[in-house]
Design a protein around this ligand. Structure first.
Ligand SMILES: [Zn+2]
Length: 70
């Protein structure tokens, strides 16, 4: 109860995932996209905001200080 999870978290075993939204189709989903898991073994889908977390990766990834410039 130390974190807010507004979206679904999906555990995966690879560094690259494909997401098409809920159900894996266009029904309630979005066009299929491929996402590469970034540092910390996680990536958030820009369409449906689901979080893909690589199995074995820490559940809590140290957040950036929000002061990082692109
Ligand atoms: Zn998605």
């Amino acid at each position: 109860m130390s974190g807010i999870k507004p979206f679904e978290t999906v555990t995966v075993d690879t560094d690259k995932v494909a997401c098409a939204g809920e159900g894996g189709g266009l029904v309630g989903g979005h066009p299929k996209v491929y996402l590469n898991l970034g540092p910390g073994g996680r990536v958030e889908c820009p369409y449906c905001s689901r979080l893909f977390l690589k199995r074995g990766a820490p559940a809590e990834y140290p957040p950036n200080q929000t002061s990082k410039s692109a």
